[in-house]
Write a protein that binds this ligand. Structure first.
Ligand code: ZN
Length: 223
């Protein structure tokens, strides 16, 4: 995969610990948006995501190694004619292939993997990411029609560990955090629904122009 294993440099001035790394302060954010734009050019709902793996090692200077991008994708239900082909599901498969190639068991992979995605994961994707036990999910705008991180269903709240489970499991629950470059993510979605993407195939652009989505429904119809 293009970009795999490329070390990421943090922006200057960040003093956060590894646990609290602000994923949006890395080039991860740009990569996720780049993938969303690729999706837009391909005639897909523009949602992009990136999976970053934090190696369980330290450098010679005794510092944690920088995260590496192990998977990135955009939504592809139209291209594949498979409505479950959301960016996160595609990236999960790519990440699993990467782990196989590097002999990393899934039990080690997911707790060291963080996800950054331009739009709130839908119920299906939030459930998948929670079940796998990824470390963090950082998303952009909310998805008021299908969002699984509180906008429609609070998947982590319903299906995640409960206070009464404390001590029964050593597995850390996935942390979902939204509200990152949300306006930008919404603008991309609006561009898709307006059908004004110059790179879109002409027939698709025409169809989209005929749909006349309102701004109010644009964001809610993500996914
Ligand atoms: Zn989804």
């Amino acid at each position: 995969m293009e970009g795999a294993e490329e070390p990421l440099e943090k922006d200057e001035g960040s003093t956060e610990s590894e646990e609290m790394w602000d994923l949006a302060s890395y080039p991860l954010a740009e990569r996720a948006f780049d993938k969303a734009k690729e999706g837009l050019a391909a005639g897909e709902v523009p949602i992009g995501c990136v999976f970053a793996y934090f190696p369980d090692k330290v450098s010679a200077e005794d510092k944690p190694l920088q995260p590496v991008i192990i998977a990135e994708s955009y939504n592809s239900p139209n291209l594949t004619r498979n409505p479950t082909r959301h960016a996160e599901i595609n990236a999960i498969e790519i990440a699993m292939e990467w782990a196989d190639e590097h002999n990393i068991p899934q039990a080690s992979l997911w707790p060291r993997t963080s996800v950054i995605v331009t739009v709130e994961p839908c119920v299906m994707c939030a459930s998948a990411l929670l079940s796998l036990g990824v470390r963090h999910v950082r998303f952009g705008c909310h998805n008021f029609r299908f969002g699984g991180c509180g906008s429609v269903v609070d998947v982590p709240g319903v299906f995640g560990p409960k206070p009464e489970d404390a001590g029964c499991s050593t597995k850390e629950s996935t942390k979902f955090v939204g509200g990152w470059r949300g306006e930008e993510a919404v603008m991309l979605l609006k561009e898709f629904y307006k059908g004004e993407n110059p790179n879109a195939p002409a027939d698709k652009a025409r169809k989209k122009r005929g749909r006349k989505k309102s701004a109010a429904t644009t964001e809610s119809e993500a996914n």
